[in-house]
Design a protein around this ligand. Structure first.
Ligand code: NAP
Ligand code: COA
Length: 273
């Protein structure tokens, strides 16, 4: 359920439209909820018709919302979803690209198609979203947020596909920021560390032992909350974040401040697979 933000004014995004790829669960739905609670119209997209319907029904409790089924690997499907959003709400002010796939697999056991699948969803899918939404963005003042991960710069065993895909997202974010910044379109990314209550962490730290070891590598000694990641997105898209462009904002409780070594070592000794 969308809960009013204790920090941002409730009408901050009134009259704005936010398109969220992968916005039907977890972190991305958390972001959609927060923008909805701040007055924005929401359009969410993912592969599952049921997940889209459930997310839209929930978001309609806090404001205008709609959605479409699309696989971000299919550029035509992404374009069609964006067309439906424009038809419904007239414009797009903010696009969040967060669809992703993750599983743990050592490189020597990962098939080429397994590697390709994650790169296709995370990196190529994010390019599809950015590329397809760009012509429709209401500019200036428009913003794109790509959802990265600290794997982009922390080489975790069993995550070669994810590390490569997210590093690509960071590089893409910076290039698009340079190309589109002059028109007033800001492109930034958020790199969360471990986030509580998510499918991603259920896959990466499935037991309490995994979770405890990972938690000990985080200076704040806890995972981030969905609201903390959502508020990071809100900040970047608000006037408070108006001079951020090409930034990959890390939100990980200080885990990466210590360098990737401790994280990778604790991960390797605890990781499934
Ligand atoms: P999640 O709940 O599984 O969210 C993934 C979303 O993407 C779902 O809505 C899913 O819905 C959609 N999706 C997956 N494949 C898709 C595709 N091919 N086309 C369109 N939509 C697709 O996972 P999460 O853990 O919240 O992760 C969300 C984002 O945060 C990801 O980008 C992830 O890499 C990033 N992240 C997560 C963590 C963490 O701690 N969980 C940490 C760092 C970064 P459908 O199944 O209906 O398609
Ligand atoms: N270990 C090793 N390889 C795996 C794997 C695992 N756990 N899961 C899938 N793969 C491989 C498959 O074997 C296949 O390769 P192959 O054809 O050589 O056998 C390839 O990945 C594609 O798998 P498939 O199941 O056809 O892909 P999909 O497109 O249906 O689903 C996934 C994509 C695999 C990423 C799936 O886990 C997914 O939909 N995830 C979305 C939710 C998620 O991951 N959330 C967390 C986000 S951080």
């Amino acid at each position: 359920m969308a809960v009013a933000s204790p920090v941002f004014a409730p009408s901050l995004f009134r009259g704005r439209t936010v398109f969220v790829a992968g916005g039907t669960s977890g972190i991305n739905l958390g972001i959609a909820r927060r923008f909805s609670s701040l007055g924005a119209a929401l359009f969410v997209v993912s592969r599952s018709e049921d997940k889209v319907a459930t997310a839209v029904a929930e978001l309609r409790h806090s404001g205008p919302a709609d959605g479409a089924v699309a696989d971000v690997r299919d550029f035509d499907a992404v374009q069609s979803a964006i067309g439906k959003c424009i038809e419904r709400f007239g414009a797009i002010d903010i696009a969040v690209s967060g669809a992703a796939g993750n599983f743990v697999a050592p490189a020597a056991e990962l098939s080429p198609n397994g590697f390709r699948t994650v790169v296709d969803i995370d990196l190529i899918g994010s390019f599809h979203v950015c590329r397809a939404v760009y012509p429709y963005l209401r500019k200036p003042g428009a913003s794109i947020i790509n959802i990265s991960a600290t794997q982009a710069f922390t080489p975790l065993p069993g995550q070669v596909h994810v590390c490569a895909a997210k590093a690509g997202i960071d590089a893409m974010t910076k290039v698009l920021a340079v190309e589109w910044g002059p028109e007033g379109v800001r492109v930034n990314a958020i790199a969360p560390g471990p986030v509580d209550g998510t499918e991603g962490m259920a896959r990466l730290t499935p037991t309490s032992e995994h979770r405890e070891r990972l938690t000990q590598t985080i200076p704040l000694r806890r995972y981030a909350t969905l609201d903390e990641i959502a508020d990071t997105a809100v900040f970047l898209c608000s006037s408070a974040g108006a001079n951020f462009n090409g930034e990959v904002l890390v939100c990980d409780g200080g885990q990466s401040v210590l360098g990737g070594g401790g994280f990778a070592a604790a991960w390797a000794s605890a990781a499934p697979g």
